[in-house]
Design a protein around this ligand. Sequence first.
Ligand SMILES: C[S@@+](CC[C@H](N)C(=O)[O-])C[C@H]1O[C@@H](n2cnc3c(N)ncnc32)[C@H](O)[C@@H]1O
Length: 252
Amino acid sequence: MQAYNPSFARIYNQRWTGFAQRVAPQIWTFYESTPAAEHRSLLDLCCGTGQLALAFLERDYHVVGIDLSEHMLLYARENAGSYLATGQARFIHADASDFGLDERFGLVVSTFDALNHLPSADALRNCFRCVYPVLLPGGFYVFDLNTRAGLRARWNGVQVENTEEILLVTRGIYDEESEKAWTGITGFLRTESGLYERFEQVAYNIGFDLAWVRSALLETGWRSVYFARMEDLGMPIAEPERENRVFIVAYK
Ligand SMILES: C[S@@+](CC[C@H](N)C(=O)[O-])C[C@H]1O[C@@H](n2cnc3c(N)ncnc32)[C@H](O)[C@@H]1O
C-alpha cells in the first residue's frame, strides 16, 4: 500500500500538480469528441490532491475522487471546497483495487503514474474489475503508466534541487528482476515562518507488461483497448513499450 504521508502530501499539493493540469484538457478534448460525453461525470481514481478533479469541476462535470491517502484527500477537499458544498464533488477514502460505488460514470481516469503504485499485477487486475461496473456502457477508462523502458531510463540515479525555497534529493533505482523502480524523496521546504520542514517519502513504481495490461482489460470486459500519447489520446500507437510513459484508453 502506498498512501502518501502528511508532509509529502503538502509538498505534492505545492509542487507536483503540473501533470494533472496539463493532462486534464487533453483528456476532456478526447472524451468530448465521443458520444459518451453526454455524461458529464468523472471518477478520478487515485485523485491525489485533486487538481485534475478541479479542472473537470470547473467544466461542470460531476466528480467523485478516490484515494488511499487521507492526507492527499484533505488537500483535494480543500482545493475543491466550493464544489463539495453544492454536491458536485465528493472525495472518498478507498483502495483502487477494492472499492464499489452505486454511482455510474461516463469517464474514469487514473493519472500521473498512479497505477504503477499498485503492488502487483493481481492488484491492477482487481482495479480493472472495480472500475468496469462503475463505468456506463460506451464510457472510457483513461489512465497512464510508466513503461519499463521509462522506469529504466528515468528512475535510476540521484537528482538534487537546491534553492532558497527547497532542498530536494531524489534517489531512484530500478530493479530489473522485480521490475520495480524505487524512489526515495527527501527534502526540506521553507515554511511561512522561514523555518524549514523536513519531508520524506519512499514509493515504488511497478513496470507492468503492457500486452498483459491490454489482455487483462479485454478479459475484464472492455470492448476495445489501445495505447496512446498524452498529446493525442485518439491516436493509437503501435509500439507502446518503446515509450517512457503511455496512456491506455479502454472503451466499454
Ligand atoms: C503520483 S500520485 C497521482 C495523483 C493524481 N492522480 C495526479 O495526477 O496528480 C499517486 C496517488 O495514488 C494514490 N494511491 C496509491 N496507491 C493507491 C491505491 N491502492 N488506491 C488508491 N489510491 C492510491 C496515492 O495516495 C497518490 O495520491
